[in-house]
Design a protein around this ligand. Sequence first.
Ligand code: 3PG
Length: 214
Amino acid sequence: MTHTPQELSAKARTICEMAPIVPVLVVDDVTAADPLAKALISGGLPALEVTLRTPAALDVIRVMSQVPGGMVGAGTLITPEDVRAAKEAGATFGVSPGATDALIAACEDEGLPLLPGAATASEAMALLERGYAMLKFFPAEASGGVPALKSLASPLPQISFCPTGGVNPKNAPEYLACANVVCAGGSWVAPKDMVAAGDWAGIEALARDAAKLG
Ligand code: 3PG
């Protein structure tokens, strides 16, 4: 069944509204999935982006999607096959660094709410024309950061963004203060060394601080 872009984009927006920060997760070991998701959700960050960048990623989505109170999405969606695999694993939304016709069509076929990436006015306008008004601004810092987002807000106030890429606890408040920013994505709430050490209390504390941002 094909879903409308407007419906999928509205759902992506609702997910972005759950918390100020969406953790961007690169998880190597599936045994970390359950405690990591629990720590982030307990800390107040329920929407989780699991990037499809590790062999374990789909299994991580499978495990995390069983954790109560969470909303687990798949990030780094590049191909229609990624979309189908993510949906099958239990992802309830998708995030992509950019957007292609094939990727968008696959999300509409699968009914997977998509947060597609854009970094320029033309990319954002093309997605808006296609029905997507909630976008990932990527790579945020490298694409001009807060001043770029503010500049886009004047001519394109109908488009909202989740800036990701170079967002950190220091600059996040500035991003979140932008009129066209709903939430931001960031990997700092799940540092590789803390995940490897199983420091779930430490990660929960990072999540709690992030949840207070904005
Ligand atoms: C990524 O692609 O890994 C995301 O953009 C996260 O970027 P960050 O590590 O700068 O938060």
